[in-house]
Design a protein around this ligand. Structure first.
Ligand SMILES: Nc1ncnc2c1ncn2[C@@H]1O[C@H](COP(=O)(O)OP(=O)(O)OP(=O)(O)O)[C@@H](O)[C@H]1O
Length: 609
C-alpha cells in the first residue's frame, strides 16, 4: 500500500538559498609586483606594494588577527622550498593584488556585520544535530569548540562567516576546525549536508592568511598553489570554488578552479593571475601538471572532498599520481584532510597512505544517513516505474508540494535511461531536465541552473549528481533505479535534508535490487525509519545469499577508525593509529558501534571525472 508521500513533507526547504552570483566590478588587468595575501584588497596608496624580495612575506601581521594559536607543524619557512626570490603569492604574481575583488555575496554583503554570532537568524535547525554521537581517535586530539567566536580564524574570515549567516558551527565544524588549525592530518566522516565544506575551507584560508610561507618560485609560466582541494565532479568543484570564494572574500587569499569540459585557456588565464587555493577535478589537474602549468611543490594543504570516492577503483591511480608521483611534499610536510559522509574500511586503509599521525573523526555513524530525511521504499516492478513516478509527481502537485521551492531529483542508473526519462516526463507535461556524463559541460551546467532556479523543478540524474551538490529546496529525492551500493544511496538521498532541514527520499525496489535489501533495511532502521515488512523479509533472504554490498551480512553497521580493528596490525601503517579513542556523546548513543564489515565493492558508476 502506498501513502501519499507528500503528507510527510513538513517544513520543506524554503529559505535555504545561500547568496550566490553577484555583480562584480571589472577586474583591472594591470600587473604589479607580488602582493602578499594580507596586503591584498587594501585600499591603494601611493606607497609601493610589497617589494620583490627574496624573503618570505610575513603573514602574521594582518589587522584583526590575534596571532597564531598553534599553527601548522611545519611552522615557519622551510629552506628546501625554493626561495628563488622575486614574487611568490599567486605564482605569476600578476596584478590581482590591485584588482577590485568580485563580491561573491552580491547585495547581501552589507548585512549587519556588527551582529554577533549568537543571534538566531538562519532557520537552521541545530537541535537536529545536538544529540549526535561523535567519535575521535588518534593522539592528542584537540578539544572541540562550541562557537565560531572561540576559533581564531581571523577577522576577515569571521566577517564572511557572518555574511554567510552561519550562527554557530555544525558538529563536524566544532571538531574538525580546531583539529585542522592545530596542524593535524584528519580523516573526517560526517553526514551529508552537515557543513563539511566549510570545515576544511576555513582552516585552509586562515592558515594561508597567517602563514609564513617561503617565496614561491617564479620565472616560468608555472604556478605554485599553497592548497589543493580535489573533488570527483566538475559541478562539485565549481560549487566548492564558489563557497571558498565567499569564505575568502577580502582576505587576500585567491581561489581558482580547474575542471574538465571547459576551455583550458580560460582556466590558465585565471591561474596566471595568481592562485593560493586550487580547487580541481583530478583529470584536468593531471593535464595542467603534465603541461607544467601547475607545480604542487609548494602545497601545504591537501583536502580530498568525497575522499572515499576519490580513492575507490575509478580514481585511485589518478589520485596516487597527483599526490605521490608528482612534486607534492609528502605526508608530514603537508597537512592532509579527507572528508566524506561514507568511509568504508578498505578505503580508510588506502587513505592512510596519504596521512601522517592523523586524527579520525566520525560525527554520527560512518555512512549513516541523517534522520532529517524521511525514507520510503516502495516495491515497484520495472515496467510500472514510470506510471508510479507519475503518480508521485501528481500527488506532489495535488498537495501543493511543487514549484520553485520543492525541487525533485530523480536518480537513474544509466545515461540513456536519464535521457529517456527526461523526454518521457517532458512529453507528459512535467518540466524536467537531465544531467549525466554524456552531456556537454554547457548542457550539464544549464541543467543544474534551470533546476536550481525552479524553471525545471524535476532533474533526472545519474550518479554524477549524487555527491556533494548543495542545491537549496530539493525536497524530494527519488531513486527510480536503486544504486548497487548503499553508500551511493546515502549520498544520493543526502541531496535533500541538508543543513538541518527536512526532506523526503523514495526508493523503487524490486527483485533486481536483492543485494540492497539488507543494507537498505539496516540503514533505514538505524535512521529510525519505518522498514516495510516485505523489505525485512527480502533482507533476511538476501543476507543468506551474500550480495556484493559491503555491509551485507553485518548487523548494525557503525563508524569507527579502522585502526581500532584487531586485524589492523601493520607496523607503521596509518602513521600512528595509536592514541586513545574518545566518545563524545550528546546523550542518546549507546556507544555501541557495531560491526562494519569490510569488503569494498564499489558500484562502478559512469559520468565521473
Ligand atoms: N555553520 C553553519 N551554519 C549554517 N549553515 C551552514 C553552516 N555550515 C554549513 N552550512 C550550510 O549547510 C549546507 C551544507 O553544507 P555542505 O555542502 O558543506 O555539506 P556537506 O557536509 O559537505 O554535504 P555532502 O556530504 O553532501 O557533501 C550548505 O548550504 C552550507 O552553506
Amino acid at each position: 500500500m502506498r501513502n501519499s508521500w507528500a503528507d510527510s513533507v513538513e517544513n520543506v526547504a524554503t529559505d535555504n538559498g545561500g547568496p550566490s552570483g553577484g555583480s562584480g566590478a571589472s577586474a583591472s588587468t594591470r600587473r604589479s609586483s607580488y602582493v602578499p595575501p594580507h596586503l591584498r584588497n587594501k585600499p591603494m596608496t601611493a606607497e609601493p606594494l610589497a617589494p620583490s624580495h627574496g624573503g618570505p612575506p610575513s603573514g602574521n601581521d594582518r589587522s584583526g588577527f590575534n596571532g597564531p594559536t598553534s599553527g601548522p607543524r611545519w611552522g615557519g619557512s622551510r629552506p628546501d622550498y625554493g626561495r628563488q626570490g622575486g614574487y611568490g603569492g599567486g605564482g605569476r604574481g600578476g596584478g590581482w593584488g590591485r584588482e577590485r575583488e568580485v563580491n561573491p555575496f552580491g547585495n547581501d554583503a552589507d548585512v549587519d556585520l556588527e551582529q554577533s554570532f549568537d543571534q538566531e537568524n538562519t532557520g537552521i535547525n541545530f537541535d537536529a544535530y545536538e544529540d549526535i554521537p561523535v567519535e575521535t581517535s588518534g593522539e592528542n586530539v584537540p578539544p572541540p569548540v562550541n562557537t565560531f567566536a572561540e576559533i581564531d580564524l581571523g577577522e576577515a574570515v569571521n566577517l564572511n562567516i557572518r555574511r554567510c549567516k552561519y550562527v554557530k558551527p555544525t558538529p563536524v565544524q566544532r571538531y574538525a576546525i580546531p583539529i585542522s588549525l592545530a596542524g593535524r592530518d584528519l580523516m573526517a566522516c560526517a553526514q551529508t549536508g552537515s557543513g563539511k565544506t566549510a570545515a576544511f575551507c576555513f582552516p585552509i584560508i586562515s592558515g594561508i592568511m597567517r602563514g609564513n610561507f617561503p617565496q614561491r618560485p617564479h620565472g616560468s609560466r608555472t604556478v605554485f598553489p599553497l592548497a589543493l582541494i580535489l573533488s570527483p565532479t566538475r559541478e562539485l568543484s565549481m560549487q566548492i570554488h564558489e563557497e571558498a570564494k565567499k569564505f575568502s572574500y577580502q582576505t587576500g587569499v585567491r581561489v581558482v578552479v580547474a575542471y574538465g569540459g571547459a576551455p583550458i585557456n580560460q582556466q590558465l588565464r585565471e591561474l596566471e593571475r595568481g592562485v593560493d587555493i586550487l580547487v580541481a577535478t583530478p583529470g584536468r589537474l593531471v593535464d595542467l601538471l603534465e603541461r607544467a602549468k601547475v607545480s604542487l611543490q609548494m602545497i601545504r594543504y591537501l583536502a580530498l572532498d568525497e575522499a572515499d570516492r576519490m580513492l575507490d577503483m575509478g580514481f585511485e591511480p589518478q589520485i596516487r599520481r597527483i599526490v605521490e608521483q608528482m612534486d607534492m611534499p609528502p605526508p608530514g610536510e603537508r597537512q592532509t584532510m579527507l572528508f566524506s559522509a561514507t568511509f568504508p574500511k578498505e578505503i580508510q586503509r588506502l587513505a592512510s597512505d596519504f596521512l601522517a599521525n592523523y586524527i579520525f573523526l566520525a560525527v554520527g555513524r560512518v555512512g549513516s544517513s541523517t534522520d532529517l530525511i524521511v525514507q520510503r521504499v516502495e516495491f515497484v516492478h520495472d515496467v510500472d516505474k514510470r506510471s508510479h513516478l507519475m503518480d508521485l509527481l501528481h500527488a506532489q502537485m495535488a498537495n501543493g508540494v511543487h514549484g520553485k521551492h520543492n525541487l525533485t531529483l530523480v536518480f537513474v542508473e544509466t545515461k540513456k535511461g536519464a535521457d529517456a526519462l527526461e523526454h518521457w516526463l517532458c512529453i507528459n507535461g512535467f518540466p524536467a531536465t537531465a544531467i549525466h556524463g554524456d552531456r556537454t559541460q554547457q548542457e550539464r551546467e544549464q541543467a543544474l541552473r534551470t533546476f536550481k532556479r525552479g524553471d525545471t523543478p524535476i532533474l533526472v540524474a545519474t550518479d554524477v549528481a549524487a555527491r556533494g551538490l548543495d542545491i537549496p529546496h530539493v525536497s524530494h529525492v527519488i531513486n527510480f533505479d536503486l544504486p548497487n551500493d548503499i553508500d551511493d544511496y546515502v549520498h544520493r538521498i543526502g541531496r535533500t535534508g541538508r543543513a538541518g532541514k527536512t526532506g523526503l527520499a523514495t526508493a523503487f525496489f524490486n527483485d533486481g535490487n536483492l543485494s540492497m535489501a539488507k543494507p537498505l533495511a539496516d540503514l533505514m532502521q538505524e535512521a529510525n525509519q519505518d522498514v516495510p515488512e516485505w523489505l525485512t523479509r527480502y533482507a533476511s533472504r538476501s543476507s543468506f545469499g551474500g550480495g556484493r554490498n559491503r555491509r551485507a551480512g553485518g548487523g548494525r553497521f557503525g563508524g569507527r577508525d579502522f585502526r581500532r580493528d584487531s586485524s589492523y596490525n601493520r607496523s607503521g601503517g596509518g602513521g600512528g593509529g595509536g592514541g586513545g579513542i574518545n566518545y563524545y556523546d550528546g546523550g542518546n548513543s549507546s556507544g555501541g558501534y557495531g560491526n562494519y564489515s569490510g569488503g569494498y565493492g564499489p558500484g562502478v558508476t559512469s559520468a565521473w571525472d
